[in-house]
Ligand binder design. Structure first.
Ligand SMILES: N[C@@H](CCC(=O)N[C@@H](CS)C(=O)NCC(=O)O)C(=O)O
Length: 155
């Protein structure tokens, strides 16, 4: 197996935190500098359905994209009793609920605010300042900013 990632990015950090937690340390890695366009060339695009990092290359030559999908894969092939995706029907449903809220209301808005306001990917997309401002506002108004929700997230 080979993991393509760019360690400074949020999605790679998110996956690497998960891997560290379940004790996966000995995986071959390829650093793809997405900020310099390392993910834009055809050979990378051919491997990845969304053209982003992280990306896992499996031993049979197939590929898996998306942080949560890759985390789930490692969780199932790595013996551990942490049950980070939940141990019961209700726990698994709650993990799924929070994952979707964090991704849709949190990470997506944070990404759009960062990308559109900083212009970091202006080599590959139109950066729209108003979109960045709106995403920043959405993030600050989202249910993720409620202290009581943080308490239930951690329990
Ligand atoms: N939903 C995807 C998001 C992946 C993603 O957006 N990765 C960013 C880095 S955080 C990336 O590769 N950006 C390069 C680009 O958009 O060209 C996941 O969780 O894996």
């Amino acid at each position: 197996m080979k993991l393509y990632d760019h360690s400074v990015t949020v999605s790679s950090k998110r996956l690497n935190l998960f891997l560290k937690e379940i004790g996966v340390t000995d995986i071959e890695r390829v650093e793809v500098n997405v900020r310099e366009g390392g993910n834009l060339d055809q050979s990378y695009q051919d491997k990845s359905v969304n053209g982003k990092v992280p990306l896992l290359e499996l031993d049979d030559g197939s590929y898996l994209s998306e942080t949560v999908a890759i985390s789930r894969y490692f969780d199932e092939i790595t013996p551990n009793d942490l049950n980070l995706f939940g141990a019961s029907t209700l726990e698994r449903a709650k993990v799924e609920m929070w994952n979707r809220i964090v991704e849709i209301d949190g990470i997506q808005n944070a990404f759009q605010a960062f990308r559109n306001l900083s212009g970091i990917y202006s080599d590959r997309e139109n950066c729209v300042e108003a979109w960045g401002e709106e995403a920043k506002l959405e993030l600050s108004c989202s249910c993720l900013n409620s202290t009581s929700n943080w308490v239930s997230l951690s329990t």
